[in-house]
Design a protein around this ligand. Structure first.
Ligand code: AMP
Length: 273
């Protein structure tokens, strides 16, 4: 079942719960109270104390970067499930906070809906909190971070990384994908109305939930996100390139082909699925 584990994390109490189910999009890392009713088969709980638990010899620490709609989340989940890495998506953490009306959610909601970037101080504290849980015994793959040079410098000062995967996608394809993206309001499964539409329109194949459009998947918000990506995130890639970390992969083929390419580039064993 290892190939189908997806980590659900409780930053407040530092308990990581791996739940056996198909990976889902928006809630790879969740901020929930300890007593929350988390459904699913609990396979493992790691209590993180003051000392790092991250001791595996084969630990891997990756960053995945790419423009909106390039499939970062999908590829990160495939890699994480197969290699037992913790998938950390900063966008997912923020979305969870918005959905659950937390203080952080209130701080970021409008910024996110407009397609703008959240301030560096808050982003860095969310990432720091998440990584200091030290539940990533076999490593992590971080998605959606760093997004600008300040975040990149903060990250490189604190962590050694093994590689940066860059998913390369032309802007025209980004627009086509993002404007056709739908999300299940209940389980978070991602759909694309062009390549991966649900069997029943507007309804999730997995749980029957309603399919919704992400608040920031609009023409206006997308234009801002594309602009920010090119202006702010490309310099991050330049910093990583200088350190020879970056593996660029074409994000146009199917998810399985992209995964194959990523693994070849990183020298990893083939995808078990
Ligand atoms: P994503 O799911 O990665 O597209 O992120 C969704 C939104 O969360 C972004 O449009 C930003 O508003 C916010 N966000 C996620 N990661 C970052 C980051 N590293 N820096 C600033 N804002 C972020």
């Amino acid at each position: 079942m290892q190939g189908h584990l997806s980590p659900f994390t409780i930053p407040a109490g530092a308990i990581t719960i791996h739940i056996a189910r198909r990976p889902r999009a928006p809630t790879a890392a969740m901020r929930v109270p300890l007593a929350a009713d988390v459904t699913g088969d609990v396979l493992r709980r790691d209590l993180a104390g003051p000392f790092p638990l991250c001791q595996a010899d084969d630990m891997r620490k990756y960053v995945i970067m790419g423009i909106q709609g390039s499939g970062k989340g999908t590829q990160a989940k495939m890699l994480a499930a197969d290699l037992d890495l913790v998938h950390i998506s900063v966008g997912d953490i923020f979305r969870w906070n918005v959905q659950n009306h937390t203080k952080i959610g209130a701080q970021v909601r409008r910024v996110m809906a407009a397609g703008e970037l959240v301030g560096d101080d808050l982003v860095e504290s969310v990432v720091r909190d998440r990584l200091t849980q030290h539940d990533w015994n076999f490593g992590f793959i971080i998605d959606g971070f760093p997004r600008d040079t300040r975040q990149a410098e903060f990250f490189l000062e604190s962590y050694d990384i093994d590689g940066v995967i860059e998913l390369d996608l032309p802007d025209s394809e980004v627009r086509r994908r993002v404007l056709n993206r739908r999300l299940c309001a209940d389980c978070g499964m991602d759909y694309n109305l062009i390549a991966n539409s649900p069997k029943v329109p507007g309804q999730c194949d997995m749980c029957g939930g309603e399919l919704i459009t992400r608040e920031d998947d609009t023409e206006g918000a997308l234009a801002i996100r594309l602009r920010d990506y090119h202006n702010q995130t490309n310099p991050v890639l330049a910093i990583f390139r200088r350190k020879e970390y970056v593996y660029t992969v074409d994000a146009r083929p199917s998810p399985e082909v992209i995964q194959l390419q990523i693994r070849e580039r990183l020298g990893l064993p083939p995808y078990k699925g």
